[in-house]
Design a protein around this ligand. Structure first.
Ligand code: PCA
Length: 203
């Protein structure tokens, strides 16, 4: 059986909860196709998260890494195509706010995902779950960990697949935000992530 490291994030900015946390926790230990899922929840801190994440990868030696993040305001499941070498955005959960910093000094400008994002999107649409490939993961923590995983894979684990999926808000989060963002049921969000892992397993 192959190993999948699945990550979710803690709440951040104005969001009192992060739907990726519950999804990752509920899929922990589950077998999907030929993958067994191991889940971890990551903090939203520029100076800690990448190293914590790489330590999990080194400890678990997964065959693939799939990271999840909330993209509040998006209405579709959006597997990310590319990660870029930039930290920039609002203050993180520790109050640190980077401006135009490289993630890795002298590192490549970007890395393309090694997950089957086209097949994931096609499958999701086929089963009636709206999805499209996203060409920007932003420059915040989600982009940061996607870049770190792909950089680590390129340097040290060429066989390890890695990538990132942004998901919309859950209804629970949208209600707490006064209903001002598009939202999905937790069950549909989880089914979408499950389906993406199935597609990965079928590759
Ligand atoms: N989304 C943020 C960071 C944590 C999360 O769930 C992002 O899109 O960068």
């Amino acid at each position: 059986m192959k190993k999948l490291l699945l990550t979710g994030f803690e709440p951040f900015l104005k969001h009192p909860l992060n739907p990726t946390m519950k999804i990752a926790q509920e899929l922990h230990g589950v077998e999907i196709g030929n993958y067994k899922v191991h889940s971890e929840i990551l903090p939203v801190e520029f100076n800690q998260t990448g190293d914590i994440f790489i330590a999990h990868i080194k400890e678990k030696s997964p065959d693939a890494v799939l990271s999840l993040g909330l993209a509040g305001g998006r209405s579709q499941i959006t597997p990310e195509r590319i990660a870029i070498n930039i930290n920039d955005g609002p203050a993180d959960n520790r109050g640190y706010q980077p401006v135009d910093e490289p993630i890795i000094e002298g590192g490549p400008d970007g890395y393309f995902t090694t997950l089957p994002v086209r097949a994931m999107v096609e499958k999701l649409n086929e089963i009636g779950l709206p999805a499209k490939i996203s060409n920007t993961a932003g420059a915040y923590l989600c982009n940061h960990i996607m870049y770190r995983a792909l950089q680590f894979a390129a340097e040290e684990r060429p066989e390890m697949k890695a990538g990132f999926i942004h998901i919309p808000a859950s209804h629970e989060l949208a209600v707490q935000q006064g209903g001002r963002m598009p939202s999905w049921s937790h069950e549909d969000l989880k089914a979408a992530v499950y389906t993406c892992i199935e597609v990965l397993a079928e590759e």
